[in-house]
Design a protein around this ligand. Structure first.
Ligand code: ATP
Length: 240
């Protein structure tokens, strides 16, 4: 039987504001992610999606409002402390070490929580990486680099993952593989907050969506809301 505690959201963002220096980018962002969900932030370029992930992780210049993760208020905590609560971000620029081998890239991530994936489990998820163990990170294809970047955050033990545009610039066959990986992580109980420009891809893996507009959430909806009428409105909002 589900307890009230088990049903509590993993992440509750309320009135989140963020700045880069003098530049005020988030103007009060409100949304939540429940345990085991894949939730996607959509929106036009510059709407504030990446900044929202960074603000949750505590890596923007300044932030205010509330970000409750696993029942704890994290605004005011350092990004290190936040990571050790069990969250990790895979940034758009794919944080891997180009001069280190795939193996070294996989051995280096810090443990933020117990239960990081073993190398065996990583290779089961990403067979391509097992074949490229000795290759330098910089020698990998874009798709392999993305897989390595995701693999690195899976090593940390974080159970809440934020993936920033994981399909950007990748071929359709690789995008499908990334989708399968996300579905498998969801089955394993990971909770995932995704940023995507590619709604067609997001719709294959997500439970719910929020559209960001000018540093706020415009609308939120779930898969059951996606009838033809709403899809058209969504395309207008996203400018696609
Ligand atoms: P994109 O898909 O283009 O990355 P986004 O929705 O993720 O769009 P953000 O990257 O969060 O948008 O950017 C939101 C706003 O903040 C934009 O106006 C952007 O120019 C500005 N911005 C982003 N990073 C910085 C920074 N380091 N310093 C100053 N302004 C920034």
């Amino acid at each position: 039987m589900a307890t009230a505690e088990a049903a509590a959201p993993t992440l509750v963002v309320s009135g989140l504001q963020a700045w880069y220096g003098e530049s005020h980018v988030l103007h009060g962002v409100d949304f939540e992610v429940r345990p085991g969900e894949v939730v996607t932030l959509l929106g036009r370029n510059g709407a504030g999606k990446t900044t929202t992930l960074k603000a949750i992780m505590g890596i923007v210049g300044k932030r205010s409002g509330s970000v409750v993760f696993a029942g704890r208020e994290t605004v005011g905590l350092s990004s290190d402390r936040i990571a050790r609560l069990g969250m990790a971000i895979c940034p758009e620029e794919r944080a891997i070490f180009a001069s280190l081998s795939v193996r070294e890239n996989l051995l280096l991530p810090p443990r933020v929580a117990p239960g990081g994936l073993t190398l065996e489990r990583i290779f089961a998820l990403f067979p391509n990486l097992a074949e490229r163990l000795a290759s330098g990170g910089g020698k990998l294809s874009g798709g392999e680099q993305q897989m390595l970047a995701i693999a690195r955050i899976l090593r940390t033990g974080a159970r809440f993952l934020m993936l920033d545009e994981p399909t950007e610039g990748l071929a359709p066959v690789i995008i499908r593989q990334i989708g399968q990986t996300i579905a498998e992580l969801k089955r394993d109980g990971f909770t995932i907050l995704l940023v995507e420009q590619n709604f067609r891809f997001a719709a294959t893996v997500s439970d719910r969506y929020y559209v960001m507009e000018h540093g706020r959430i415009g609308i939120g909806f779930g898969n059951s809301d996606l009838d033809a009428n709403n899809m058209e409105k969504l395309h207008v909002r996203l400018g696609v």
